[in-house]
Design a binder for this molecule. Structure first.
Ligand SMILES: NC(=O)c1ccc[n+]([C@@H]2O[C@H](COP(=O)([O-])OP(=O)(O)OC[C@H]3O[C@@H](n4cnc5c(N)ncnc54)[C@H](O)[C@@H]3O)[C@@H](O)[C@H]2O)c1
Ligand SMILES: [Zn+2]
Length: 389
């Protein structure tokens, strides 16, 4: 039996556990029952034999990983239905949510019916929104399957769907009863999705933990080979770091949660302007972190050595550090986009910038001229020699 790591997310009455394991799907139902038994609102659910669930998954995962959850539930006498939705961002819509409500009505779900999300961030966000709103709250469990979902979207309680005009416009903060992460799901994750998830992992090192950043530098081979041991450590630490931030700013009110957006102001602009499918989110974040770090250099917050360390690590993990060759984004367009970012206040450019590897601060009112300089300097053709990229 392999080691299992447990992360506690301390949010008072909404506290929960993240269990990080490898090849232990057969333990899922027992873990779920444990979580229910330890939660004051559901402590009689199992004892009274009220073991019913709705699994929400997508068409890819329905064949790959959901059956392992179903087997585990069956072994312990649960009743469940499985809702299979289409993979992809389009499924984060109110129409899909509505069809999931229909299924809950049809199966006569009650306040104790557990909603189990088996999938990437799309499934977690959509299933979480259903759980948050159906009869004002059903017990919710996440079984994330993508690396991004392991280290980011399944931690922190943000759930929701897109509006046709804007991503993640409709949603809630709703904490799960527990998160069950089995690293074996990553064995089937496509290469680009995997590497994209690693960008968020590197981000945690830069923003919060120099020692963790060093661990990543030392374990590049293990990360590239998707070694289960390395992955458990890396995923558990990433969850812990995000949890520490969320614990201090659960509802995004104090501003602390903003540090999780390191690299994201640039990334969001690149993602949107490059057009759909050109850059994955994590790839854009990887490039965005290099831009942000370079901006920090310009402000004398760090030396080039610190940017170089990030570039080396990101490249060793197969991530891009500059916009793809041939991408000609207009500097004005990028600046305009950044001003539209929902995290911008009053059109002022705000950036999360490193002051060393392992520490960042939020900087408001960064002069637009400096950002322009960064965008011009880092045009691929101009930097190839200086940056040794
Ligand atoms: N709630 C939050 O705090 C938060 C944070 C970050 C991102 N998000 C959201 O997460 C979403 C992106 O998540 P994502 O990157 O996981 O995308 P996703 O859920 O669309 O999954 C990507 C693709 O990978 C497939 N897949 C997932 N796991 C797999 C596996 N183990 N094997 C094979 N295929 C697998 C899926 O079927 C899908 O086709 C976005 O909607 C974003 O808004 C939410
Ligand atoms: Zn991100």
């Amino acid at each position: 039996m392999t080691e299992s790591l447990d992360v506690n997310v301390a949010l008072g009455p909404r506290s929960y556990h993240i269990s990080v394991v490898s090849h232990q799907f057969d333990q899922f139902a027992e873990t779920l029952e444990n979580w229910l038994n330890h939660n004051p609102a559901f402590r009689n659910t199992v004892a009274e034999g009220n073991k019913s669930a709705l699994i929400i998954t997508d068409r890819n995962l329905a064949a790959l990983h959901a059956p392992k959850i179903e087997n585990s539930l069956q072994m312990r006498g649960w009743k469940w239905e499985t809702a299979v939705i289409e993979p992809g961002e389009k499924s984060k819509s109110l129409a899909v949510i509505s069809s999931l409500y229909d299924q809950l009505v049809a199966m006569k779900a009650d306040r104790q019916t557990v909603v189990i999300a088996v999938g990437g961030g799309v499934i977690g966000d959509a299933a979480g929104f259903v759980a948050a709103t159906y009869v004002r709250g059903l017990p919710f469990v996440q079984v994330p399957t993508s690396l991004l979902a392991h280290v980011d979207s399944s931690v922190g309680g943000k759930v929701g769907v897109n509006h046709p005009q804007a991503k993640n416009l409709i949603g809630a903060f709703y904490q799960p009863l527990g998160v069950f992460i089995d690293t074996s799901t990553l064995e089937t994750l496509p290469e680009r999705d995997y590497r994209s998830g690693l960008a968020e992992v590197v981000k945690y090192g830069v923003i919060l933990d120099a020692q963790f950043f060093h661990y990543l530098e030392q374990n590049i081979a293990g990360l590239n080979q998707r070694s289960a041991d390395v992955l458990r450590t890396v995923i558990a630490r990433s969850c812990e770091l995000k949890a520490e931030v969320v614990e201090q700013d659960e509802h995004e009110r104090t501003g602390l949660r903003a540090i999780l957006n390191y690299g994201h102001t640039f990334a969001h602009a690149f993602e949107t302007l490059c057009g759909y499918g050109e850059l994955m989110h994590g790839e854009a974040v990887s490039i965005g972190m290099v831009y942000a770090s370079y901006l920090a250099e310009k402000l004398n917050l760090i030396t080039h050595h610190e940017t170089e360390r990030q570039i080396q690590l990101l490249q060793a993990l197969g991530l891009p550090v500059l916009l793809p060759e041939g991408t000609q984004l207009n500097t004005d367009d990028i600046i305009d986009r950044m001003k539209l970012d929902k995290k911008t206040v009053g059109g002022q450019l705000r950036f999360v910038l490193p002051t060393s590897v392992g520490r960042v601060e939020v900087f408001k009112e960064i002069p637009e001229e400096l950002v322009r300089e960064v965008l011009e300097d880092l045009r691929r053709s101009a930097v190839k020699d200086d940056f040794q990229i």
